[in-house]
Write a protein that binds this ligand. Structure first.
Ligand SMILES: [Zn+2]
Length: 500
């Protein structure tokens, strides 16, 4: 005999002989593989569903949502949160759409108040160490998203998009699980351009946002109980550049029969528009950014700008001027214009973005490379405040022989100087291009410190022999700031006091 229990979201079965509960079905999940996979991870499953766990009896290893007492022996149970996680979560360093409009969206800028916790640590030059580590995902070249995905508990996903492998972190079991595609799931491989993961607005259970894949844009659904995922096609076309959001419009570049097209959809109306972009290249685009009512995609050959309701515009860069996209991303001047750093064969300069066809973009010459984005800029080891082309601000002359690479800016309206996470390369008497180099140009940087630059500067950790620093990925998940690099076996984490 078996009893059936129904909770608002799930159906459970109680085995009369053993007294154990098994999940039969839950809203948003596919067929439940209870005796296969879920059994191995009961504490994790209970946290994801908001179910109950035994405290001091052994009648059943898990109980339905809302159970406060064991129905067999009457002892109290650990009742986990039942409401869906409310926090917006983490959708990659460029995935924060809660930023105010005057901050460019799509750059590594977060509205999560990281500084409040990190600045309580001993100030530089006291060396610091990470508080904890977690294993890197088995497919290490990944992008990360951490959110409730419509479930009560926050969980972390790592998507290895060059291989199309989706990985799920079980924080209680301390292990990564590769999610299996359900029959008919589309490929999640995306290699044409930089990846972007679009957050799910008001997610239903299992909904994990929109990602570009081999055959189009896919809405992703995860089932953390049976360790599977499925997809729902949002756009069936070869994706050329990752999607971005502007107001209520989702847009991306896709390959058409003749040429690249800009495809857009109004989220509230399901209304689709397409525009031909005959001159736009078919791969190699940056993560899109949203600013001033427009979306911008940058490419080694030019920029594509689009304002919803208007035709997109592709403008090649001026003759001989080459952008240095690897230096970070666009930054703003005090008058609110957006600028991209580049080199014209003679020297570096900032070029005005989105100037339009009616006037030539302005250009401001500078005397050396500057790394960063969104007003979080450094010339060698010193911050650049005021205008992007202003002289660097020398606070500490000891930083002359260092080179700072900003990774993540923490946006805070109450601060006059930008703060955030950086890597500092020591004894870096080489060019910025060399430090950032990939492939054959990759250089090994003997000593790097991970630093928080803010009201007080904090050395968070030290890294020996770092190469390809641009592959360092910051992640905020499980109440920690993490740093991941595909070469490392362990991700490094720093605890944040405030529950996020
Ligand atoms: Zn009991």
């Amino acid at each position: 005999m078996a009893y059936r229990w129904e909770t608002p979201a799930s159906i459970w079965q109680e085995d009369e002989t053993s007294g154990e509960f098994a999940l039969l079905a839950s809203e948003g999940l596919g067929p439940v593989d209870w005796h296969g996979r879920a059994r191995q991870r009961l504490p994790d499953v209970a946290h994801v569903l908001g179910a109950s766990l035994p405290l001091d009896c052994r009648c059943s290893p898990i109980y339905p949502e809302g159970f406060a007492y064991c129905p067999r022996c009457g002892r109290p149970l650990l009742r986990l949160g039942g409401a869906a996680a409310r926090a917006r979560g983490w959708w990659g360093p460029g995935g924060d759409d809660m930023l105010p409009r005057h901050v460019p969206h799509g750059l590594p800028v977060t509205s999560t108040p990281l500084g409040d916790s990190l600045e309580e640590r001993p100030a530089a030059p006291t060396p610091g160490r990470c508080d904890l580590t977690m294993p890197a995902p088995p497919n290490a070249c990944s992008v990360f998203a951490a959110a409730g995905f419509g479930f009560p508990g926050e969980r972390l996903l790592a998507l290895a998009h060059t291989r199309g492998v989706l990985q799920y972190w079980d924080p209680l079991g301390g292990s990564w699980h590769v999610l299996t595609p359900e029959a008919g799931a589309a490929s999640l491989v995306f290699t044409a351009s930089s990846h972007a993961w679009i957050p799910a607005q008001d997610p239903r259970r299992g909904e994990a946002g929109v990602v570009p894949g081999l055959d189009g844009l896919q809405r992703l659904w995860i089932d953390p109980v049976s360790e599977t995922y499925r997809t729902e096609s949002v756009l069936a076309a070869p994706i050329v550049a990752a999607p971005g959001l502007m107001r209520r419009h989702l847009a991306c570049l896709a390959g058409g029969i003749d040429a690249v097209r800009l495809w857009s959809m109004r989220l509230d109306l399901d209304e689709v528009q397409e525009y031909a972009c005959p001159d736009a290249p078919a791969a190699g685009w940056s993560h899109p950014l949203g600013y001033d009512g427009r979306l911008f995609w940058l490419h080694a050959q030019g920029q594509l700008t689009w304002r919803p309701g208007e035709a997109p515009q592709f403008s090649p860069w001026p003759l001989r001027w080459q952008p240095r996209l690897e230096f970070g991303g666009p930054t703003q001047s005090r008058d609110g214009r957006l600028w991209q750093i580049g080199h014209d064969g003679q020297g570096y300069s900032y070029l005005e973005l989105g100037a339009g066809s009616d006037h030539l973009p302005a250009r401001m010459a500078i005397d050396g490379a500057r790394l960063g984005f969104a007003n979080f800029l450094f010339r060698r080891g010193h911050p650049v405040l005021d205008e992007p082309w202003s002289n660097e601000h020398v606070e500490d002359p000891h930083h002359d022989d260092t080179l700072v690479l900003p990774l993540l800016r923490s946006f805070n309206n109450n601060r006059s100087q930008p703060s955030g996470l950086v890597l500092r390369f020591h004894k870096a008497n080489f060019r910025a291009e060399e430090a950032l180099g990939a492939g054959e140009n990759a250089r090994i940087i003997p000593r790097t410190t991970v630093e928080w630059i803010g009201r007080r500067n904090v050395i968070l950790d030290e890294i020996a022999r770092l190469s390809r620093p641009l592959e360092c990925v910051p992640v905020v998940a499980g109440g920690c700031l993490w740093l991941h690099h595909p070469d490392w076996n362990q991700m490094r984490g720093w605890r944040l006091d405030e529950p996020l």
